[in-house]
Design a protein around this ligand. Sequence first.
Ligand SMILES: Nc1nc2c(ncn2[C@@H]2O[C@H](COP(=O)(O)OP(=O)(O)OP(=O)(O)O)[C@@H](O)[C@H]2O)c(=O)[nH]1
Ligand SMILES: [Mg+2]
Length: 413
Amino acid sequence: VPQSAFVDEVQCNLRGGDGGAGAVSFRREAHVPKGGPDGGDGGKGGDVIVRADRNVASLLAFRDHPHRRAASGKHGQGGKRHGASGDDLVIAVPEGTVVRSRDGEVLADLVAHGDAYLAAHGGAGGRGNARFLSNARRAPSFAEQGEFGEEHWLRLEVKLLADAALVGVPNAGKSTLISAVSAAKPKIADYPFTTLEPHLGVVRFDDHEFVLADIPGLIEGAADGRGLGHTFLRHVERARVLVLLLDLASVDGRSPDDQERVLVDELGRYQPELLDRPRLVVGSKADVATADFDGLRLSAVTGAGVREFLGRLGSMIDDARAAEPETDSFVVLRPRESGYSVVRDGDGAYRVIGRAAERVVALADITSAEALAYVHDRFRRMGVERALARAGAREGDTVRIGAVELEYVEGTS
Ligand SMILES: Nc1nc2c(ncn2[C@@H]2O[C@H](COP(=O)(O)OP(=O)(O)OP(=O)(O)O)[C@@H](O)[C@H]2O)c(=O)[nH]1
Ligand SMILES: [Mg+2]
């Protein structure tokens, strides 16, 4: 997939956990050869939930792991012990992530921190045989299987937004630094105005993930349109932290203090609020530094000071994220489809489609007369038999439901 520098897009496969199976079990009592049914229910499989999280900056994690699956439910046991539910799987994505089906239909737009989309339902747990006790069925010898979790391919897309911007005079080493700490590969050269347009790079360091922007160098008068930087200051507007990169080996001998003054001046003239933004001031080219500088220094070439720089920047970004006000978030819960329909297979057999009907035949042992009687009874009550008759089914016709094939028997209804 051709990638724009500013858009992150992935395809992923999400699967809810399977439901646990119900148990077939009978109470053991000293004087009763076969006590009442006491098979417990299987646990529900976990759901897969995609949730916007301001601490995540990109969809990079999906490149390593496009397949995600929630935990399955545990099987039921005797003594009416129910299986534990599988844990939900919550997948963090950046704010602004758009969730689409594989066909491109928009399913959810996760704008703000906490917005969530239930992407794949976990399967229901099967009922244990204790649930099938009735006057007519004193010793049910069947239980339900767990339901498979839903599986969906989704397309996630997000416009990358800079968490931090590298601000510096031309030739300060901004592009060299972003190349050293991310996959961004802007052009690097030993003359000013090498970078003509902004580049974004995703940085992952320790537990931090953030987007860093490399913008063209700023010069005096940038806010009035001199040089190139002004056109790109809008990339700085959204940044949570501003990194002021000062050239410690400036060829024109500009002192770090002088550079900092120019940069702060231009930022403030462009937009006074930028001066309230957290700033990290750092000196570049430490390996060949000629200027005195007391602050944090790094060399993008030797790597000296880079880890400390990333740790500090990561913490500042995390603090800024944590300080952002909570907004109301929403959760898109897709209701699972109910009902069923009857269609014709290519070979003329009838097929009953629908979760509710398919659950009825998901029994551990469909071959027992008792289980079959249960299935017929349920279908009569649900109106499935009538629907088949209306669709034209005749005695002896094949009826498929889920993985099961049955013979149509004309009922009395
Ligand atoms: N020795 C040394 N040279 C560096 C370091 N960082 C950058 N340089 C050199 O400095 C020059 C400018 O680097 P760039 O990364 O292109 O600087 P820039 O700030 O992106 O420049 P503009 O895009 O023009 O604003 C290049 O020749 C780099 O090789 C460093 O840490 N050590
Ligand atoms: Mg550059």
